[in-house]
Design a protein around this ligand. Structure first.
Ligand code: GAL
Length: 676
């Protein structure tokens, strides 16, 4: 298994490379990612390529058995290049140019920039195609980081018009799909089409607007297509680089480092052209802390992108921030985060960064080593992880996460909800995390999957707020349920067509027959109002949305207990074919949802991995060649006692565990089942 660090040799004197490599080796580091921002060093002047320093560092590393993941440097076009292309920079919706001075300062649709991209990538690929020390490629770096997916420049305008023409073929069709008859927005040709820039009705500052939410006034069909086009532009730019590397006969696999829950690129599409994906995980930094389940779900999404293992290309290894710092990882936390990644399917771990850099924007971003390069507590912890991973790697490589449940994520739905959230408090991704958390709290693993796969391996399928709908998706879901699957739908499902217009079908639209209900009325709950709801799992508050349901064939399992719809149905279950469809018509407090999903999972034939739920304890079930094991992780800063049914062997310590497992703060146990 690859275990390593993000290394920037160009930031350090040549004389230190050997000692760096030795120190790495001592910590079981066998791979580094390099060069992804080093364009100015690789091509200091136009057409003058210098890879000699790279060759040298690769050679130094290889002497210690350390391999390299090579980044294409296109996230940081150098100054000489940026000055050459007048319109290289992205433009925001207020027509402001997003210029030089940080990174990612280019537009994906700039054809001149694509030519320069092709030149540097070709030169790199030709130079390193036969280098056996280069074991993988990374394309660019974190596409979309710093809000760099949607650009409003003239090149994007032209490409957007072409993209639309290709999609709709005739302008009449586009007018019909978008409903441009509304407010006289009818277009007579594709050349007339606009980008959704600042209008009379928009708020002047993107972050302001209603309750800090941006206000969108553009035609929802246009907006959604612009979001799709922007995401596709990134996919296309990435493909340009992938094709070059492949056409140069490079055999090394190609990856890109994604950003977990980042929401401006359809990661399922971005992943299609890659050999594997990786992602960058900073659970605790200047900008906030991520909950245990939010991080786990991001891991599961990354696994879901290609339905297979992934890498951590940047795993937090120190306190970090740009202008101020997040918390310092506590003793054991880096190890815990590493096992969390491995548990969810990471098969390569690269820590960001080898050593804190004394200059530049990221002076405060600490890595394995501090600025002075002296190995301290964090280095020792990583060394320990390195030796454990080396010893246990057989168990992890090509292992499978065993999930009996899945949650569908759709970027089209995410975008549509983003600019029209139905209720100011609604957030699509938070709803997904809430359902994921409910399963996780009950010690049930779930996969995060796109809508276009075969769902038959799952006992339970959750499709939160799947609002934009179309026939082929209905067909898939119907096949799944008829065949015996259990489906959970929620409020705001099926109210729209795929083009982002409201459906004129009776709600829940496409889902009506499956759910066996109609939504007679709804209540968007605002201004601190609360509605009471009642199920056999307890009373709960509804704070955001209440669908008032009328069963056709469904049975009622939850009822409203206040307001004008007191006594009406809130949650139902319908038998359909051999399966069942649950319709949860309102938002639920986490505890109520936990209990409800525990019950639904049990009825769907899913048993929890361990019997007791302890806050802050996470369990993941895996299998390798018929060997089954669970990884139990204590994310709490205190000791916990976990009751187990049966006997296990703990594989890090080789100790037998019978009935009771004690876990220290941030401790991890790998328990093999069916032993003895
Ligand atoms: C990531 C990025 C790295 C580094 C790190 C810390 O988003 O890929 O290059 O910038 O964050 O800011």
């Amino acid at each position: 298994m690859y275990f390593g660090a993000d290394y920037y040799p160009e930031h350090w004197p040549r004389a230190e490379w050997e000692s760096n490599a030795l120190l790495m080796k001592e910590a079981s580091i066998n791979v580094v990612r390099i060069a992804e921002f080093a364009w100015a060093k690789m091509e200091p002047k136009e057409g003058v390529f210098d890879f000699s320093w790279l060759d040298e560092v690769i050679e130094v590393l290889s002497k210690q058995g350390i391999k390299v993941i090579l980044g294409t440097p296109t996230a940081t076009p150098p100054k000489w290049l940026s000055d050459k292309i007048e319109d290289i920079y992205m433009v925001n919706e207020f027509n402001q140019v997003r210029g030089f001075g940080s990174r990612r300062h280019y537009c994906y649709n700039n054809s001149k920039y694509k030519e320069y991209t092709a030149k540097i990538v070709t030169a790199l690929a030709k130079h390193y195609k036969n280098n056996t020390n280069v074991v993988a490629w990374q394309i660019d770096n974190e596409f979309g980081c710093h809000d760099t997916v949607r650009c409003y420049c003239n090149n994007c305008l032209k490409d957007f018009q072409g993209w639309l023409e290709n999609k709709y073929k005739s302008i009449e069709r586009l007018n019909e799909e978008w409903g441009t008859v509304f407010w006289s927005q009818t277009y007579s040709s594709f050349e007339e089409i606009i980008l959704p820039k600042y209008t009379v009705c928009d708020s002047a500052v993107s972050a302001s607007g209603l309750n800090g939410r941006k206000r969108y006034s553009h035609n929802p069909g246009l907006l959604l297509d612009f979001y799709r086009f922007s995401s596709d532009s990134v996919v296309k730019y990435q493909k340009l680089q992938i094709d070059i590397i492949k056409n140069c006969d490079c055999n090394q696999p190609i990856n890109n480092n994604l950003m977990g829950h980042f929401n401006q690129i359809d990661y399922f599409k971005l992943g299609e052209d890659l050999d594997f994906v990786s992602w960058d995980n900073y659970p605790n930094n200047e900008w906030g802390q991520n909950s245990m389940f939010s991080v786990s779900m991001a891991h599961d999404l990354m696994r879901g992108v290609k339905g297979k293992k992934f890498w951590m290309m940047e795993q937090q290894s120190g306190p970090c921030g740009w202008n101020s710092l997040g918390d310092t990882p506590k003793p054991g936390q880096i190890r815990l985060w590493t096992y969390q990644a491995i548990a969810h399917g990471a098969e390569g771990i690269v820590f960001f960064r080898w050593r804190a850099c004394p200059f530049g924007t990221e002076q405060y971003w600490y890595g394995i080593l501090d600025h002075d390069g002296i190995p301290r507590r964090r280095y020792k912890e990583i060394k320990q992880i390195g030796s454990e991973v080396e010893r246990l790697s057989d168990l992890f490589v090509d292992s499978k996460v065993l999930s009996e449940a899945a949650i569908i994520k759709s970027y089209d739905n995410l975008w549509s909800h983003q600019f029209q959230p139905h209720n100011e408090k609604f957030d699509y991704n938070s709803l997904l995390i809430q359902y994921y958390t409910a399963l996780g709290t009950n010690n049930i693993n779930s996969d995060i999957v796109p809508y276009n796969i075969d769902f038959s391996e799952y006992k339970l399928l959750i499709m939160p707020a799947f609002n934009l709908m179309k026939d082929d998706i209905l067909q898939r879901v119907e096949n799944y349920v008829s065949g015996g699957g259990n489906l959970v739908l929620t409020f705001r499902s099926g109210t729209k067509e795929w083009n982002n217009s409201m459906t004129i079908k009776t709600l829940p639209g496409y889902f009506k027959e499956l759910a066996g209900v109609t939504v007679e009325e709804f209540d968007s709950i605002n201004f601190g109002r609360e509605v009471q709801m009642f199920t056999e799992y307890g009373m709960g508050k509804v704070l955001m949305w209440a669908d008032i349901l009328k069963p056709i064939s469904a049975e009622i399992i939850g009822t409203y207990a206040s307001d004008f719809y007191e006594g009406e149905a809130a949650i139902t279950v319908n038998s359909y074919g051999k399966g069942k469809v649950y319709y949860i018509g309102c938002d639920l407090e986490q505890e109520v949802l936990n209990k409800l999903l525990e019950e639904i999972a049990l009825k769907s034939g899913i048993k929890p991995l361990i019997p007791n739920n302890i806050e802050g304890v996470e369990v993941v079930s895996k299998e390798k060649n018929g060997r089954k094991y669970i990884i139990v992780m204590n994310h709490n800063g205190y000791e916990v006692e976990i009751h187990l049914s049966g006997t296990y062997k703990e594989l890090i310590s080789n100790i037998d565990i019978d009935g009771k497992l004690m876990l220290n703060p941030y401790e991890v146990a790998i328990l093999e089942t069916n032993v003895g």
